[in-house]
Design a protein around this ligand. Structure first.
Ligand code: TXA
Ligand code: MG
Length: 326
């Protein structure tokens, strides 16, 4: 199969209507999309990604009204969040209707829904008569793609079309919110900060990273990993050979390390800019054949929390000694 990158919405639409996969741009990361109402189409997502079927998918729609067709009820808290943050990097978990196949939700009676913010994908979703199930368009366990070329690097030959929406503006996956026993939980930190959510809905529980393998399989530790071991925390250069060490830093340069091995995400300290380029930086450092990537910890505020979450998971996989990266 040849894989093409282009901006042809009609082509993307035709493929999706035939039950095939298309990579789509969103403001967070590129998604690997299929007709969410067609179990055979969705099955291909799991096959191409080599993703275990116990890890449920997010369903994407053009707007709140369309997504409302797939859920049993839209509680007030969810309407408030949707009105404030959609289209945008927020996913809301709600009770599903039977029309959503079990393969999408891994058999759960809830479905995760969101309205992405990208003009091409929005137009595509408006034209389609079904919503799109889409996980990040990377092999399971690896760093998520934030450009069409990232998708091409890994899924070339496995899908026929990548809709080119340029660089993702947010660069980190959506924040996932769910109600559990009457309390709102953030199941995964992401592109909408805890502070932003709390400013409209009051206090929430952040359970991201604490429920590995339970309610939210996608927050298992073995995610977002580079092939090169990544270590997170205070950078101590005494212990590493500068010629084989990479640095991922927030603002600071490390003169001991070759310039081409270090990426400074934002010299001005802008967390939005840092999150936008985080995954591209991890991917780039991973191509250099280094022995180790040392990553600084980011401030635990705003998008810094989500950045630290991704870096922790990338670091955890190596500590655990399992390598799920391709
Ligand atoms: O920004 C994003 O959310 C991107 C773009 C493409 O929209 N998508 C994304 O999908 O990150 P994925 O598959 O990599 O992560 C989705 C995660 C799942 O791993 C799962 O943990 C959680 O969403 N999820 C999905 N359905 C759920 C449900 N019913 N209950 C709890 N968690 C759910
Ligand atoms: Mg993913």
């Amino acid at each position: 199969m040849t894989t093409e990158i282009g901006k042809d919405i009609a082509k993307a639409r035709a493929l999706l209507e035939r039950g095939l996969l298309v990579a789509i741009p969103t403001e967070t990361v590129y998604g690997l999309a299929a007709n969410a109402l067609d179990p055979d189409a969705v099955l291909q997502i799991f096959e191409v990604k080599q993703r275990p079927q116990f890890d449920p998918l997010i369903v994407h729609g053009a707007d709140r009204d369309r997504l409302a067709e797939y859920i049993r009820n839209f509680p007030d808290w969810a309407v408030t969040l949707a009105d404030k943050f959609w289209p945008g990097p927020l996913t809301i978990v709600l009770p599903k209707r039977d029309i959503i196949p079990d393969i999408v939700t891994s058999g759960l009676d809830t479905v995760a829904v969101r309205v992405p913010l990208n003009p091409l994908t929005h137009e595509l979703l408006t034209q389609l008569e079904f919503p799109l199930a889409a996980p990040s368009a990377n092999p399971f366990g690896y760093v998520s793609p934030t450009t069409p070329h990232h998708v091409m690097d890994q899924l070339c030959g496995k899908i026929s079309y990548i809709l080119d929406g340029g660089e993702c503006a947010v660069g980190i996956e959506s924040t996932i919110v769910a109600e559990q026993n009457g309390i709102l939980h953030i199941l995964r930190l992401g592109g909408t900060s805890v502070e932003e959510i709390e400013s409209v809905i009051g206090q929430v529980m952040v359970s991201s990273g604490t429920n590995e393998g339970k309610h939210i399989p996608g927050s298992m530790k073995n995610h977002y990993a580079t092939r090169t071991p990544l270590m997170l925390g205070a950078i101590d250069l005494q212990e590493h050979d500068p010629s084989t060490t990479g640095i991922l830093s927030f603002q600071k340069r490390y003169p001991e390390i070759p310039l081409e091995h270090q990426i400074v995400l934002s010299t001005s300290g802008d967390l939005r800019k840092a999150s936008k380029y985080l995954f591209a930086a991890m991917r780039h450092l991973d191509t250099l054949g280094l022995k180790v990537i040392l990553a600084e910890e980011f401030p635990e505020t705003g998008l810094g929390r989500a950045i630290n979450d991704r870096l922790r998971r990338a670091a955890a996989i190596k500590e655990a000694g399992t390598d799920l990266a391709p």
